[in-house]
Design a protein around this ligand. Structure first.
Ligand code: ATP
Ligand code: MG
Length: 581
């Protein structure tokens, strides 16, 4: 799946999933579905009023980690389709695997989905579900399969089973235990549940076809023994359903119409359909059954989108936790200053397709710039400060510059920014000996102090390092004749006696290469901590307020320093792409 990253087309709202849904709606496939008000088997929906949700989709995370930007693609897709077609989208915790799941992850997932702007409520029903609540039904469904001869208890070792499974080129061979009668199977299955065996001693397998060209149909395991405590059901169970068995049942109980998943599940679709068809024959589910549709997962350059790898980054302390602003997690993106609207724009722009590809990280950054440009007020901040002294400006005097809060939005008004004899400017805005094409401060050159005066540089003070200049009192921005003196450079500043010093963290991409292979590819410059000088208005920022620091980029107020009361800022994204080759 590597290869050159491509820039996606502009959002084309229609895609193959929308076409499938529109066709189903047009021919009324789901119109007669009853909905008993909560998940359940066929009989609980029978005779119930028609489902008020025209379609049902679901977002089914396993609560074994924090959500990442790949999950956001799935959230926008599933919740977006439900919203657009008068349907409901369920938030379902796929918590059938007892070992790795925790309440902490459940809470963070709920928070993340809300942050992206979605709700699982539909017509007064909260569609928030836990797959573990269906354990009783799943066990019952397995008993039904056994009774109908569709499942058997196998007592081979995992290794023996692997050998008999065959390969892509060779058919599998049947296990000697495949011939067990239903009564014996049922008894063994109950004994498995009752804790009479050790882990791995027996498994329950679906009885399908050991010669199938699709290996997933060669009698897949559907229940295994696990003596583990589950984060919700505790020690009630010591047998747990396999994901591939549990997932179709969860969908069917919830009357999901379109079950969207990533492409790696394409080979599982025949089993998904086989299982639901058997259970429908037995009257456990009514038709129409849910339909699985696969789409390409998001692969994003310069980061990794795998919960397992993200856990390693946290545990090996390559980052400062799940919400480190460099992390591609949604909690990280939030602290980075990324916006839900920017992520939505990104999801629309990359679209949905049937073929795996890589999306370049710059596409995400551009979406953030686009949205932040709209919503972030402008402020002045000097990140690498050096003093500028205006020698002919009276000592102790202060006045105010009128500064627009957003150059394209006059209705956002202007603010008064204090100006005085000593200012902070960026170190790189002065050169003792200018390089070719340098238009900012150098001895003999004039620049405009943004929203203030034109100043002429007279060099710098060798002992303090301060840059020296004089100003022209007739050039104050906004006063008549101010534009008479033409200059090429235009630099920002902060009045030294009014400035607020604050910690600013300059974040950059987590990995230094587009397709990271290991943690050796981590970008050593992904986090730089500096002390910046900010214009005084920024001192009042509230947590999560976002700004454009003029000429620098977009920043978010993160923690408020309890000592100084001043916020710390994180850089979300620079104004321009600095990674372009
Ligand atoms: P990971 O591989 O990171 O652990 P996962 O697929 O195991 O992810 P789940 O919690 O099972 O994580 O995912 C919940 C939903 O999010 C699934 O429907 C899955 O298809 C979808 N999803 C996960 N990763 C991506 C991705 N990179 N792009 C699009 N959808 C994704
Ligand atoms: Mg998964």
């Amino acid at each position: 799946m590597s290869g050159p990253a491509k820039k996606p087309q502009e959002a084309s709202h229609s895609n193959f999933i929308r076409s499938a849904i529109e066709a189903d709606l047009a021919n009324g496939k789901h119109a007669s579905r009853g909905w008993g008000g909560q998940p359940g088997p066929a009989k609980s929906h029978e005779g119930a009023p028609a489902d008020p949700a025209k379609i049902r989709t679901r977002f089914p995370p396993e609560p074994n980690g924090y959500l990442h930007i790949g999950h956001a693609k799935s959230i926008f897709l599933n919740f977006g389709l439900a919203r657009d077609y008068g349907g409901a989208c369920h938030l379902r915790f796929d918590d059938t695997n007892p070992e790795k799941e925790e309440q902490e992850y459940v809470d963070s997932i709920i928070e993340a989905v809300k942050w992206l702007g979605f709700s699982w409520e539909h017509e007064g029903v909260s569609n928030l579900y836990y797959a573990s609540d269906y354990f009783d039904f799943m066990f019952y469904a397995a008993e039904c399969l056994i009774e109908k001869g569709h499942a058997y208890v196998d007592s081979l070792s995992a290794e023996q089973m692997r050998v008999l499974r065959g390969s892509l080129t060779e058919p599998g061979k049947e296990s000697p235990y495949r011939l067990r009668g239903s009564e014996e199977n049922l008894k063994l299955f109950h004994q498995m549940r009752d804790g009479r065996f050790k882990e791995g001693e027996h498994v329950l397998r679906a009885k399908i076809d050991m010669a199938s060209p699709n290996i997933n149909l060669r009698d897949p395991a559907i229940y295994r023994i696990r003596k583990a405590t589950h984060h919700r059901s505790g020690d009630k169970w010591c047998v747990y359903p396999m994901y591939t068995y549990a997932h179709p049942i969860e969908d069917a109980l919830e009357r999901i119409t379109h079950s969207l998943c990533t492409l790696e599940f394409e080979d599982q679709r025949p089993f998904y359909d086989w299982l639901l068809a058997r259970l429908a024959e037995d009257g456990l589910f009514a038709r129409p059954l849910p339909q699985q549709i696969e789409f390409a997962r998001l692969n994003l350059t310069y980061v990794i989108l795998s919960k397992r790898k993200l856990i390693e980054l946290v545990e090996e302390k390559h980052v400062d936790g799940w919400d480190d602003p460099r992390m591609p997690t949604l909690v990280g993106a939030r602290r980075r200053g990324y916006t839900p609207e920017g992520l939505r724009l990104f999801a629309e722009r990359i679209g949905v397709s049937k073929a795996d590809s890589w999306i370049d990280y710059s596409v995400l950054e551009d979406c953030m710039r686009e949205h932040l440009n709209e919503v972030a007020p402008r402020r002045m901040a000097v990140l690498d400060p050096v003093k500028l002294v205006i020698e002919n400006y009276p000592e102790g005097k202060e006045e105010f510059a009128e500064v627009p809060n957003h150059p394209q939005k006059p209705d956002w008004g202007k603010r008064q920014v204090p100006f005085s004899r000593e200012l902070w400017i960026e170190r790189e805005d002065y050169m003792e000996t200018p390089s070719k094409g340098y238009f900012r401060l150098f001895p003999g050159n004039k620049v405009r102090l943004r929203y203030g005066y034109v100043v002429e540089c007279i060099g710098h003070d060798k002992s303090t390092g301060a840059v020296r200049c004089t100003y022209d009192p007739d050039t104050k921005s906004g006063t008549p004749g101010a534009e008479k003196v033409k200059v090429k450079g235009n630099i920002h500043w902060v009045s030294a006696m009014h400035a607020c010093a604050a910690e600013v963290r300059l974040y950059d991409r987590l990995f230094k290469v587009p397709h990271p292979e290991s943690f050796a590819d981590l970008n050593p410059d992904s986090k730089k901590i500096i002390t910046a000088q900010l214009e005084p208005a920024l001192k009042q920022s509230k947590a999560e307020e976002r700004f454009q620091f003029e000429r620098h980029g977009y920043f978010i107020a993160d923690r408020i320093d309890p000592g100084s009361g001043a916020p710390e800022f994180n850089r979300a994204v620079t104004l321009r792409d600095t990674w372009q080759k």
